[in-house]
Design a protein around this ligand. Structure first.
Ligand code: NOJ
Length: 535
């Protein structure tokens, strides 16, 4: 039985529109291509799709540089295509989440063009963060872009504007009420078209401290420690805590207002999930307090090693922290910004981890292609388009590897994705990974995901908390083994290199590797695999 509301334990399938399916042969995926393949998504057994941006955009940052948030970019189709997609999804009982990008616009947005024309001190410039140079002519402060280089770009009259990402993505000034008013118009626009909720990009970034737009004063712009894309996790976390442009208290006021707007749609059960890279982890729970958003991404598993102690810690912590605000966690192993899990951990490990997290309480996110076990694409530097690759002059390879289009069918690349030339090359070695190849093979990863979704719905959704049976909490911990019971299912993950024998009673209903084995009431759990045992 499904829990209510619909999103609380939903499985949400992330589609990167440019890479899903190309319906018109231009080499890039589009909305009509998604619509024509929604049955595939429905058959996976997920509850909703999340569409990465498809709005009008010069596409300097994969569409996260939005020039018109209330229209569709011609590369993806038009508003009629968006309506048709939503309609078809609803017919198939799939909810649709759109991506909303409130931290910045594209420099091609009409507001920014007007700001450039209007000059210093104008109301047009006050929608962004424009400041004069320091007396020595350098940028107002030392903030750096997350894509590398300075976070400030100078315009022809000498002022600088702030961009935490690419120079083509000027940050919006949320102290200006016009900004929120415009975003509320955008939220309503898509909700009125039938969208069921939103993924909020850089949800923690909207409010900047020490920026006083009505009193521009370079002295007031404090320097910050440099948050660098290439830092290791610990160094990055330490800075995430302190930089004056992330996770400031003011962002929560914005989400309280948005929550009122969402709730005004009543029984539609509109939901929103925050992309908020914050530290310490307890701060993430502030985004999902009862009067704010519904979910916040938990990014722990995007970087976690395949290690029992580490996984136990982050899973347990997320369960416990969310419980303090009566929320449930979210789990994601891959997304369009991170190396794909099959490349990061390995094929067996990623399958084991997927079955483990699909059994946990909360919502699971699947990045399209994860169900096929796609690794990162093998790209030449000449293929790369990510602004972090371009801005770092190649020092950072960037995120294109995770964004290579999906292989659908046939024996040669581009495997039915397009009749043209795909915007990123699809390696010929992906033939056995295509949807067609895997649909024919009852033991494929695709079929494992389908079974997992069906069994999750049948036995686990709404089944409440987990009870750890073997974990670092127990003296009985065996090296490399994590076991929990949830509802009527015992989930066993063997992270070790050895076959393990466990004696939890019941019937094995799902196994990430090897054949279902049951010898004299004892279950054999192959190395680096997970089994679900129905008690
Ligand atoms: C997070 C998005 O997921 C990423 O793709 C984008 O580059 C940045 N936010 C900036 O919008």
């Amino acid at each position: 039985m499904k829990s209510t509301p619909w999103w609380r334990e939903a499985v949400i399938y992330q589609i990167y529109p440019r890479s899903f399916y190309d319906s018109n042969g231009d080499g890039e995926g589009d909305l009509a291509g998604i619509t024509s393949h929604l049955e595939y998504v429905r058959d996976l057994g997920v509850d909703a799709i999340w569409l990465s941006p498809f709005y009008t955009s010069p596409n300097k940052d994969g569409g996260y540089d939005v020039a018109d948030p209330r229209d569709v970019d011609p590369r993806y189709g038009d508003l009629e295509d968006a309506k048709a997609l939503i309609k078809r999804a609803h017919e198939l009982e799939l909810r649709v989440l759109a991506d909303i990008v409130p931290n910045h616009f594209s420099d091609q947005h009409e507001w920014f063009k007007a700001a450039l024309k209007s000059g210093r001190g104008s109301s047009e410039r006050s929608r962004f963060h424009f400041y004069d140079a320091k007396p020595d002519g350098t940028p107002p402060n030392n903030w750096v872009s997350l894509f590398g280089g300075a976070a400030w770009t100078q315009v022809s009259d000498g002022q600088f504007y702030l961009h935490l990402f690419d120079s083509s993505q000027p940050d919006l000034n949320w102290e200006n009420p016009e900004v929120n008013a415009d975003f509320e118009t955008t939220l309503r626009f898509w909700l009125d078209l039938g969208i069921d909720g939103f993924r909020i990009d850089v949800a923690h970034g909207l409010v900047k401290e020490n920026i006083h737009v009505n009193h521009p004063d370079p002295e007031g712009l404090s320097d910050a420690l440099r948050l660098d894309v290439e830092m290791d996790t610990d160094a990055r976390n330490a800075l995430l805590e302190s930089v004056p442009y992330f996770d400031r208290q003011g962002v929560h006021e914005i989400y309280r207002k948005w929550r009122t707007l969402f709730d005004s749609y009543g029984a539609r059960d509109v939901m929103a999930v925050a992309e908020a890279w914050v530290h310490p982890p307890v701060n993430a729970t502030r985004y999902v307090r009862a009067d704010e958003l519904h979910q916040v991404f938990n990014f722990d598993l995007l970087t976690a090693p395949f290690h029992s102690g580490y996984l136990f810690e982050v899973i347990n912590r997320s369960n416990q922290l969310n419980a303090t605000v009566n929320a449930l966690p979210t789990w994601a192993l891959s997304n369009h910004d991170s190396p794909r899990v099959a490349s990061r951990l390995g094929a067996l490990e990623s399958q084991a981890l997927a079955l483990f997290v699909f059994a946990l309480p909360g919502s699971a996110y699947i990045f399209a292609g994860q169900e096929l076990g796609l690794p990162d694409g093998e790209l030449q530097d000449s293929d790369r388009q990510d602004p972090s690759f371009i801005r770092s002059k190649g020092a950072i390879k960037g995120r294109d590897g995770a964004r290579v289009p999906l292989p659908w069918s046939g024996n040669s690349t581009p495997f039915g994705f397009t009749v043209g030339t795909p915007w990123l090359p699809i390696n010929q070695s992906w033939q056995p990974l295509s949807v067609e190849s895997q649909s024919r093979d009852s033991k494929s990863l695709l079929n494992l995901y389908r079974s997992a979704m069906a069994l999750r719905t049948e036995h686990l959704t709404g089944a409440g908390e987990i009870e750890w049976l073997e974990s670092p909490l127990h003296g009985s911990l065996r090296e490399g083994l994590l076991v929990f019971k949830r509802g009527s299912v015992t989930i066993v993950m063997n992270l070790s290199e050895q076959i393990l024998e466990v004696d939890y009673s019941g019937q094995v209903i799902l196994q990430s590797a090897g054949d279902l084995e049951n010898c004299d009431g004892k279950h054999i759990v192959p190395a680096r695999s997970t089994v679900w045992i129905l008690n």
